[in-house]
Ligand binder design. Sequence first.
Ligand code: CP3
Length: 353
Amino acid sequence: MKIDANTGLVLRNLLGEQTSSVPIWLMRQAGRYLPEYRKIRRSTGSFLDLCYSPKLAAEITLQPVRRFGFDAAILFSDILVIPDALGQRVSFEEGLGPILDPLTPQEPILPDAMDRLKNSSQNKLEAVYETIKRVAASKKNDCALIGFAGGPWTVATYMVEGRSSRDFQNIRRWATSHATSFEVLVDILTDATITHLDAQIDAGVEVLQLFESHAGVLDCFGFNQWVIKPTRRIVEQIKRKNPHIPIIGFPRGAGAQIPYYISETKVDAVSLDQSVPLNWASTEISKSFPVQGNLDPIYLLGGSESLHVHVNRVLSAFSDRPFVFNLGHGVNKETDPKSVERLVEIVRNYEQR
Ligand code: CP3
């Protein structure tokens, strides 16, 4: 991608340029904290139906951009469309989150999974690519359109545990006691992720983010095996066809392994969760390397004074490098949209770089 006068702030920073204004977007910027989202959500069937309704999904993608003027739109979809497209039953239940029929080491592979994914005539994911085309056609040029997928490890946690988990016992036992069959599953997910991300680029996304939300439950052997290796393969393959699309890695909870993650996976930027100390990140991550993050979303639930203090801490820690302001995790559903407005204003007024 060549930077020219029309290139927006998110792309510039992700491609290694430090800009005087700091760009901002938020993980989970579309969702239940917005009344306009809740209205559409009430009028449609299941959450997945909504993800597969291009017109509505495109509208939801653009809602927060319109309301707050964010510098990026993130595709409205979910990381669990991959198991759904591979043929595993996935549903979302109020108050419980995702529910899946769990895979086991005895029944580790979804029969004909990849064939199902590749057979585009019955491919559910076509609706996702149609959403992207719609958003790409109506968004402003300087607002970056971000596509995404879950990291194979994180997606596998839901496929094996069957729901959100606290201790990840089943998947960690499978990965350690039957590593060979677990590797087959992770390989299928890695291939599916590459196919899905390639198709998102073809449809019009300009940036990719890999959500490895449960990276933090692995020891360093497991992290290398189930996060680093698949991520490296995803980045390598995507870059082969589309070398200029920046890829943001979000290895949540990876802590001191972050510099290793950066150098081994070759992602273009790293998204930091709120547990990463600012002074540590500032010295341990090369100054030319683009960083995104990492305000604790909890400050959006408090008073405006503490919001101001903590937003400024983050801004000043990363004022000497390419940087995209974001949260350390997704926006809480209890967040008042007014707090988000305030946050954007604070970031917009910070122009001392
Ligand atoms: O960020 C965005 O605004 C884009 C859309 C997006 C969603 N999920 C929409 C969503 C993205 C990027 C995701 C990623 C995702 N999904 C992750 C990785 C990031 C993270 O939060 O760690 C994970 C682990 C999932 C799986 C998932 N989807 C869970 C655990 C849940 C239930 C928890 C919850 O917040 O409800 C979902 C549901 C979901 N995904 C909702 C939205 C807007 C809420 C669904 C509803 O309206 O009821």
